[in-house]
Design a binder for this molecule. Structure first.
Ligand code: PLP
Length: 356
């Protein structure tokens, strides 16, 4: 049976990336050594890292004001590393609380300074994005989560603000062309659109660094990582390598314009099907729907388990909603083929014809 991988992360990767990475585990580029065996300071790994960095710069069209880092950890590490580098104890940071991940980020920031939740959509279970909030001028930065993986909402137009904009782009990075230079800091765990778990991409505008008086542990200090060229200590070599291959694949396939075209084809098919079948119950505000993670419910709650059972039986992997939300979540990251969404929609229609 053909499997369709809708996992929310770690998630589906492009087949050519998997093939290349498996070859490299045995013999990296004809060196006779595995990618897992080469030193991180060798010219071999330098080439990998430099290609990864230059691919990010190319895809994001960044100017020299920005640095690209590949750092250990997941996005959760950045929840703490961002405020540690940008906030002094008496400073205030503004956070948008639009979902579980943004809320966790704000909680971590409160360990380092004051947090002003300038907007929260928890009143309606995070089913929409509030765009009518005001960011105080004295905030050191405004933090948003561009795509709420768990709740299925996404910013389609970023907030205008005079303070530096910081974004967790973990679940929609490289899915569409964006004016990345609107942001002063962008971070993303690699394990959705960019590669294997274990590495974070951090893109930082240099001018926002070096403005606080707190002592920052060396391994947490962005400035020190910039000086060391992402090689302060042993980086997650294999995870960086897989990111490099995935970035190479995105470029070869036509870059972010092409990724967006594919994303729109998949998400519009899914949402059109969803809206046409009353047996399903979408709760996210239409204008804020995520193009990466579609979250919805069954109109009759007792049909949830039968639908999820049918999905399992038909090889639809990873479509059960997040444990605190329930329902169904269909993740449509870059590497997911349109055929998988077509197969899922056919299954929805089949289910509706039996139970609707
Ligand atoms: C938007 C977002 N931020 C943060 C995280 C946490 O990432 P990690 O598990 O890499 O720490 C996730 C995980 O799915 C996410 O989707």
């Amino acid at each position: 049976m053909k499997l369709h991988n809708f996992n929310s992360g770690p998630s589906i990767l492009p087949q050519p990336v998997l093939e290349e990475a498996s070859k490299a585990i045995i013999d990296f580029n004809g060196t006779g050594l595995s990618i897992l065996e080469i030193g991180h300071r060798t010219a071999w790994f330098q080439e990998v890292l430099q290609e990864a960095i230059s691919s990010v710069k190319k895809l994001m069209q960044l100017n020299d004001d920005y640095e690209v880092l590949f750092l250990h950890g997941g996005a959760t590490t950045q929840f703490m590393q961002v405020p540690m580098n940008l906030l002094d104890t008496e400073d205030t940071a503004a956070y948008c609380d639009n979902g579980i991940w943004g809320s966790k980020a704000a909680k971590e920031a409160a360990l380092f300074g004051h947090v002003n939740i300038v907007s929260s959509t928890s009143d309606k279970q995070y089913t929409y994005i509030d765009k009518q909030f005001i960011t105080p001028d004295n905030a050191k930065y405004l933090h948003i989560t561009t795509n709420n993986t768990v709740e299925g909402t996404q910013w389609h137009q970023y907030p205008e603000t005079l303070v530096p904009l910081v974004a967790d782009m973990s679940s929609d990075i490289f899915s569409r062309p964006v004016d990345f230079q609107k942001f002063s800091l962008i971070y993303a765990g690699a394990q959705k659109n960019m590669g294997a778990a274990g590495v974070n991409l951090v893109v930082v505008k240099k001018e926002i660094l070096g403005k606080i008086s707190r002592s920052i542990p060396t391994i947490m200090n962005y400035q020190k990582h910039i000086e060391a060229g992402s090689l302060m200590n042993t980086p997650p070599v294999f995870a960086v390598y897989v990111s490099m291959l995935t970035l190479r694949w995105i470029l070869a396939e036509g870059g972010l314009v092409e990724m967006e075209k594919r994303t729109l084809a998949k998400s519009s098919l899914l949402y059109n099907t969803l809206d046409s079948l009353p047996v399903f119950h979408p709760t996210v505000a239409k204008e804020d729907r995520s193009q990466m993670n579609a979250v919805f419910f069954l109109s009759d709650k007792t049909l949830e388990t039968p639908f999820l059972d049918l999905c399992k039986q038909e090889g639809m992997i990873g479509v059960k909603g997040y444990r605190t939300v329930g329902g169904v979540r269909v993740s449509m990251y870059n590497a997911l083929p349109l055929e998988s969404v077509q197969a899922f929609c056919q299954l929805m229609e089949y289910f509706a014809s039996r139970k609707g």
